[in-house]
Design a protein around this ligand. Structure first.
Ligand code: 13P
Length: 251
């Protein structure tokens, strides 16, 4: 059966010292209170190696927030999937809406990143989701279909089974405006059906689909209690150990 996962995306927050401190706090909390779901923290690149040494990666998975679309070579400032893997990290967030919007990441680029992540034994947490105008125009189903099709549907069923999906409506990210549990369930069920149509029910039933966008301790339980919502990708509330743990305990 599919896994429930609570993943934190720290985005561009915390110095190395602060990041290691947060990772230590989470380790202490989760050692004392065993979580009923998988827990992942997505740190800035420079934190990965230290954080991976700080946590027990079998209890807290460590994720990068991006990787390059090239294997290696003359790509100044880029970090490859192999480099991410060499830090001890085991996940990589790909296709976050902030990367799509601010750094020009297209589905074609993301396809390369997904391939490289899988080739390097990293679990991609692949983000999809519509902007407000698309939701208001009733185009959200179409938008997520294109993102999944163009970014992921070149994969074999075996490869796709290693991917975690995260539905993050852009209008809910950092806005305090969460999708209602009904809105989340509706589109998560649609996403699962889209996977089912391509790969069949066994793959679809085993795919974890996380919700992201202003998820916090006060709304996590309601969101996660939906049958097709298998956890969350958490931004702001992942920056404080008490808030992040409050979300983890929704399971
Ligand atoms: P917030 O939880 O801050 O809305 O961010 C969600 C997100 O973008 C996680 O990737």
């Amino acid at each position: 059966m599919r896994k429930n996962i609570v993943a934190g995306n720290w985005k561009m927050n915390k110095t190395l010292t602060e990041g290691v401190e947060l990772a230590k706090k989470l380790t202490t909390i989760l050692t004392e209170n065993k979580p009923n779901c998988d827990v992942v923290i997505g740190t800035p690149y420079i934190h990965l190696s230290e954080v991976a040494k700080t946590v027990d990666t079998s209890v807290i998975g460590v994720s990068a927030q991006n990787c390059a679309d090239k294997v290696s070579g003359a790509y100044t400032g880029e970090i490859s999937a192999a480099m991410v893997k060499s830090t001890g990290a085991n996940y990589v967030i790909l296709g976050h809406s902030e990367r799509r919007a601010y750094y020009g990441e297209t589905d074609a680029i993301l396809k390369e990143k997904v391939n490289l992540a899988l080739n390097n034994d990293l679990t991609p947490i692949f983000c999809i989701g519509e902007v407000l105008e698309e939701r208001e125009a009733g185009k959200h189903f179409e938008v997520v279909t294109t993102q999944i099709t163009d970014g992921l549907f070149h994969l074999s069923a075996e490869e796709f089974s290693k991917v975690v999906l995260a539905y993050e409506p852009v209008w809910a990210i950092g806005t305090g405006k969460t999708a209602s549990p009904e809105q989340a369930q509706e589109i998560h069920a649609y996403i699962r059906k889209t996977v089912n149509d391509k790969y069949g029910s066994e793959v679809a039933d085993n795919t974890s689909i996380l919700y992201g966008g202003s998820c916090k301790p006060s709304n996590a339980k309601e969101l996660f209690s939906n049958p097709d919502v298998d956890g969350g990708l958490i931004g702001g509330a992942a920056l404080k150990s008490e808030d992040f743990h409050g979300i983890i305990t929704a399971f």
